[in-house]
Design a protein around this ligand. Sequence first.
Ligand code: XMP
Length: 326
Amino acid sequence: DWDMKDIAEEFIREVREKAGPDGHVIGAVSGGVDSSVGAVLLHRAIGDRFHAILVDNGCLRLNEAERVLDRLRNREGIDLHLVDASDRFLAALKGVEDPEVKRKTIGALFIDVFQEEAERIKKEVPEGHTVDFLLQGTLYPDVIESISYKGPSATIKSHHNVGGLPEKMSLKLIEPLRELFKDEVRSLGLALGLEHESVFRHPFPGPGLAIRILGEVNKESCDKLRLADDIAISEIRKAGIYDDIAQAFVVLLPVKSVGVMGDGRTYENVVALRCVNSSDFMTANWYFMDHETLARISNRIINEVPGINRVCYDISSKPPATIEWL
Ligand code: XMP
């Protein structure tokens, strides 16, 4: 894709010019397509003067942090720091059930952790070098939304990724993707040589599993959901339908139901499997999954995840239901 290669080259030139010979850039990465493409571009532009930070908030999916490290640090050579702040996040989330309080708690702590890391990086750069820029993975639809129109999700749920950071830290923004739509970001990712899996990864919300656990978020509920979610995603991949679905995940419900196992009675959690298709995530349809895959996912979750004895499939569209349950 030559157009995308030209766009990448042009952007790389711009960053080099902006940053100058001694300027450093920092940026948060999640492993999603936007932050991965942004990080790879920055790395190609200024190499080790780009510093990426991945915060483990304790609410990531199974092995997610390791996977992102492997892709971006080991394979791409990006100076990526993993900050394991899971204990701090889980301590802050203790007793919190309200979805908006969960979002705000995670958003505020994320800013604190990121700032601490940025301070550390500032101290480590060579004498005479400066850290003036923050990479942000803003896309064109985010730009239009923030100047002219707030979509229903934006007002119903407070989506924050790294909003508020640049002002607090007096950093200038670098936004390589601000003229691109999602499908163009994916093409750019492929042109840069990123693998299919990271380019076509389903979106994952910043607050992570915390908004997929109804009720209190703790180590135990996160671990349980992580296992169930991983089973669902692996079976969806094995069935070859991952790319036919816009977003697929499991939700842990604060409901217990009775089951039987061997001669015994169980009284354990219920989970919901949520799979939707959507072009812009403002509206969505539930995905008509084949029964064989549904059966495999359900059997495996119930057999392999301790504490779950029932799986339901969510057949609600948006509106009126939202994609996430919280
Ligand atoms: P809803 O649930 O509003 O979700 O239909 C629409 C899309 O937004 C994602 N989402 C979030 N993303 N932080 C994020 O970064 C959030 O707090 C958040 N809440 C929802 C959701 O996964 C879906 O793709």
